[in-house]
Design a protein around this ligand. Structure first.
Ligand code: CIR
Length: 258
């Protein structure tokens, strides 16, 4: 029912882009092992996992989420805000064209997939350091024809919109109030991250399954108490590269017409 595009961890992960966290040494072998566990969690959630070849010279290439937005009707290739990440797009495009028709964000616009939060027919898109107003406008234009609305949302103090808020279901979001205005999500039931776990808002939703990092037990408790089932994966080495669980896959329906 689901496919997940992924890419193995690059040996150069230690040279990744960093914006809001300090650089600390990354154990690439451990990152690889954690990534393999993540792939197993995707399989357990019902995904057919598609794995792209490793890119030795592209440090952030494991974070495939940022280079495309995949919807039932089409996929939009992004133009990542960090120039070092733009060479990641072509290989993902070559795989995605087997599953979706492709559109693309064009220069000078920039857009990172991590800024695109899709809930139903609505896409909330972070106005972040990575995604500029032109990128959001181009996405709005491309998706209007397919019945999607696109709304920009200001973020502060975090890399992407999905660092600050993700969907737990079609009517409930998990949110970090320091990084995004609660009021923008007033139509949803809002669960806030535990104050001791600043980075906990990034949860991967695959149908009714939720996956989150093992390092946020207090926030996970909040989700369990609210009736959600949540699997955990240890992604501590990927977190040192400012990544988490949504960023390591592009999940899409394998049967979009069904
Ligand atoms: C970057 O700064 O682009 C990477 N080091 C981390 C990207 C994480 N992507 C995501 O959460 N969507």
């Amino acid at each position: 029912m689901w496919n997940a595009v992924t890419r193995a961890v690059s040996p150069s992960l230690g040279r990744c882009e960093l914006s809001y966290i300090a650089r600390t040494p990354i154990d690439v072998a451990r990152a690889r092992a954690q990534h393999r566990d993540y792939l197993r969690a995707l399989e357990s959630a019902g995904c057919g996992v598609l794995t792209l070849p490793v890119e030795s010279e592209l440090p952030d290439s494991v974070f495939v989420e940022d280079v495309a937005i995949v919807l039932d009707e089409l996929a939009v290739l992004t133009r990542p805000g960090a120039p070092s990440r733009r060479p990641e797009v072509a290989s993902v495009a070559n795989l995605l064209r087997e599953y979706r028709s492709l559109e693309a964000i064009a220069a000078p616009a920039t857009l990172d997939g991590g800024d695109a939060l899709s809930i139903g027919r609505m896409l909330y898109v972070g106005q972040s350091a990575r995604s500029n107003p032109d990128g959001i406008a181009q996405l709005r234009e491309l998706l209007a024809a397919h019945g999607y609305a696109v709304e920009g949302v200001v973020t502060r103090g975090c890399l992407h919109l999905k660092s600050a808020v993700t969907a737990l279901s079609d009517d409930c979001v998990l949110l970090q109030p320091a990084w995004v205005d609660r009021e923008r999500f007033a139509d949803f039931r809002i669960i806030e991250v535990d104050p001791a776990e600043a980075h906990a808002a990034n949860v991967l939703r695959i149908g009714d399954t939720l996956i989150m990092p093992a390092s946020f037990p207090r926030t996970r408790r909040r989700l369990l108490d609210a009736g959600f089932e949540v699997a955990v994966v240890d992604v501590s080495e990927l977190q040192k590269a400012e990544g988490a669980v949504t960023c390591c896959s592009l999940v899409f329906r394998s049967d979009p017409g069904a």
